[in-house]
Write a protein that binds this ligand. Structure first.
Ligand code: CA
Length: 360
């Protein structure tokens, strides 16, 4: 046996043998090659779901790279404020960020399509568009100008419509409705006669309790329970028409990324993909538990009337069309997004929705 092995090495040559063994057993990375990165986020450190997702991503990178690339996570406000993430990573202050693309509409309107738009795609459809429908390529094109590379890195799944102290029985009830609902959803509400508010998470509970607002959206049962929103509102409405499957993003500074080996770049890509599915699974598992809790607490669950959703959907189409007129790239992203949705939706209705509605 020993002789055979010696013969084998002699025959194929030592260099080749070493490379074969090297392929089987990954080489340990030398201390001098260790790279240390910072990740800034828009979430409080370890915030359930979103903040945890950033930690998961960093852990995946640290573990997969065997320590050759370590990423340290900073919560919102530690290095930069929650909405300072984009600029900070763009300028190279940190090499990486974890946030939501719709926060950057002031930089580029088109960014909003890469998180969620009202009456847009579900999480499954979003992933399909991004990975296999040209969405991610477009996202890279949009962020290139800012020296950033985007990667999908989480999804909350369809959110809840929100907490209301006013019943919504018809479109008339939207008139004068004071609701905390940021972004495009807020724009849709405004055009429907309501008054949208943009409040930070920390301000929501008191504003709802004191009647400054009549309603608020936040995320879903898991995050909403942590804020105690059921103690400040009478009705819990669904579905979250304004955020049907928001993608969270990992943004990477282009120069920092280009300095990495191809292997580390691939590790980041795969870690983001893993973090993307991990967050969605985490939300699914935690949301149903929080929902069970709300049922026990006798929270009044309501579905938006169809009439209301039809009207909001019509206004949303107009809002998105207006967005496409902003500039060339917005039009390009709008076309890709809406065409993909138009083609993928019939299959969603036959498959996921067809299956579930056949059980009703
Ligand atoms: Ca939300």
């Amino acid at each position: 046996m020993k002789n055979n092995r010696r013969k084998f090495f002699k025959t194929i040559g030592l260099a080749t043998a070493t490379s074969i063994i090297g392929g089987l057993y990954p080489r340990q990375v030398s201390a001098s090659k260790k790279v240390k990165w910072k990740m800034v986020t828009s979430w409080p450190k370890n915030f359930p779901g979103l903040g945890a997702g950033a930690e998961t991503l960093a852990n995946y990178i640290n573990q997969l790279s065997g320590g050759s690339l370590t990423v340290k996570v900073f919560g919102a406000g530690e290095l930069v404020p929650p909405l300072g993430v984009f600029d900070y990573v763009s300028s190279g202050g940190a090499q990486m960020g974890h946030s939501g693309a719709y926060y950057w509409k002031g930089k580029t309107e088109a960014a909003q399509f890469f998180s969620s738009v009202p009456f847009g795609m579900t999480a499954q459809e979003m992933n399909s568009w991004l990975y296999y429908g040209g969405g991610l390529k477009l996202w890279e094109e949009v962020y290139k100008y800012f020296d950033l590379i985007p990667r999908p890195a989480g999804n909350t799944g369809v959110q809840m419509g929100g907490w209301f102290n006013k019943e919504i029985n018809s479109t008339d009830d939207l008139n004068g409705l004071k609701m905390r609902i940021p972004g495009l959803g807020g724009e849709v509400l405004a055009r429907a006669g309501g008054t949208p508010f943009t409040l930070a998470g920390s301000e929501i509970f008191t504003s709802l309790q004191t009647g400054v607002i009549d309603a608020t959206e936040w995320v879903g049962p898991y995050n909403d329970r942590a804020f105690g929103l059921h103690k400040a509102a009478q009705y819990y409405y669904y579905p979250g028409w304004h955020e049907p499957g928001p993608t969270l993003e990992c943004i990477i500074n282009r120069q920092a990324y280009n300095k990495l080996s191809k292997q580390l770049q691939k590790i980041i890509d795969i870690a983001c993909k893993a973090a993307n599915i991990d967050m969605l699974s985490d939300y699914m598992a935690k949301n149903y538990q929080a929902l069970e809790y709300f049922e026990k607490e006798k929270v009044s669950m309501r579905q938006f009337p169809r009439e209301v959703l039809v009207k909001l959907n019509k206004i949303s189409d107009e809002v998105l069309l207006d967005l496409s007129y902003e500039n060339k790239i917005s039009k390009k992203v709008y076309d890709s997004y809406t065409n993909f949705l138009k083609r993928v939706r019939p299959w969603t209705l036959i498959s996921e929705d067809g299956y579930l509605s056949s059980l009703k």
